[in-house]
Design a protein around this ligand. Structure first.
Ligand code: DAH
Length: 357
């Protein structure tokens, strides 16, 4: 009789506790359910205490049934606990998620920095002419930044560039011309590539910042000459500034790594105090170029009797300032969001002068 009563009791208790555990919708109420079932004064514990007053046979079967109940309830609690924890984590993750999709509202959208925009434009134009893109490190050694580029040891041109030297004996590259060397060392001619990157010089005023960007171009083949160089740069400036009759001239100049070397000027007018790019009788310097010096080719294991070609280099900020009328170079690197709102670009618009436009 007693046994029958206890077994019915156990079945009822089991479904009561299971309901309570399932209803627990947070860890706190689940813990309350655990205490109510298995705690010192819990329902199962209470029943365990009655075992002492039973005859041995009943005690055995009831004890076994109670132990099974205990295990089952503990299992249910563990299962519910892991479900609640998962739920809690999912809730937390949902709460902390960041929406990385672009907002359709332009006032809520970020802007593309003029440097990034200009790099995109330069890439598009030179890619159209068949140039690939090469890369090199910002931290350079003397060999790649100077020696291989035909700067003799102790030559004053090394000091011209206000180099940042590192304690390691390395330096921060003063120009992207070092990438010419790295690329020619590791690839076989012919070469036809551009490279972009940060360059560093200890200088700071309206037109100089200690870090700035350059674009470098190199083309080496068996019969590349000054005419190809001039045609390439003429096509480039006309596409970049979007002016079909933009004049370009070379002014003889010295760079150790080219011979002959030239500075590149484009036409402009300064009438009325403002600067306007285009045919106007005045000239504005935008970069340097020349025919790669035979010593540079030799330093990279290329036979100058078989190969020749041209190189050019320009400041990217300067190109952006001229194209977009940005007056002060230093503002490029001041994190002022109003400046970026004004001079930055819509991320959804394609860079102008891109292929097909
Ligand atoms: N590396 C030069 C500079 O930073 C720019 C330059 C001039 C690059 C002539 C060239 C070049 O490739 O041919 O001032």
């Amino acid at each position: 009789m007693l046994e029958k009563f206890v077994m019915t009791d156990i079945t009822a208790l089991k479904s009561e506790l299971a309901t309570m555990i399932e209803a627990a919708n947070d860890l706190q109420s689940l813990d309350a359910a655990r205490v109510a079932a298995l705690g010192k004064k819990g329902r199962i514990t209470d029943l365990m205490k009655t075992l002492g007053g039973m005859d041995p046979e009943t005690r055995k079967t009831t004890g076994q049934a109670l132990n099974a109940l205990k295990d089952e309830i503990a299992g249910l609690i563990a299962r519910q606990e892991s479900a609640l924890k998962k739920q809690e984590m999912a809730g937390r993750l949902a709460g902390e998620s960041v929406d990385i999709t672009l907002s359709p509202r332009p006032e809520k959208r970020g802007r593309i920095h003029p440097i990034s925009q200009t790099v995109e434009e330069l890439t598009a134009i030179f890619a159209d002419m068949g140039f690939t893109v090469a890369e090199g490190p910002d931290i350079e050694d003397d060999f790649h930044n100077f020696t291989a580029l035909n700067f003799p040891p102790g030559h004053p041109a090394r000091e011209m560039q206000d180099t940042f030297f590192l304690n390691s004996g390395e330096l921060l590259r003063t120009h992207t011309s070092s990438v010419q060397i790295r690329h020619m060392e590791s690839h076989k001619p012919p070469h036809k590539f551009i490279c972009f990157g940060r360059t560093y010089r200890s200088d700071y005023d309206m037109t100089h910042t200690p870090m700035f960007h350059q674009i470098e171009g190199l083309m080496i083949d068996k019969d590349v000459n000054m005419g190809h160089l001039k045609g390439c740069l003429l096509d480039f400036v006309r596409a970049f500034f979007g002016i079909d009759d933009l004049p370009l001239r070379f002014r003889p100049s010295f760079f150790p790594f080219v011979e002959p070397g030239a500075e590149v000027d484009i036409g402009c007018s300064r009438e009325g105090g403002g600067l306007k790019i285009g045919a106007g009788g005045d000239w504005l310097e935008i970069g340097g170029c020349g025919i790669v010096h035979p010593n540079v080719l030799k330093n990279c294991g290329i036979d100058p009797n078989e190969y020749q070609g041209f190189a050019f280099g320009m400041g990217i900020e300067r190109m952006a300032m001229l194209k977009y009328g940005i007056p002060d170079l230093r503002t490029f690197f001041e994190p002022d969001v109003r400046w970026l709102d004004h001079y930055g670009f819509d991320p959804l618009s394609r860079p102008n002068n891109a292929t097909g436009q």
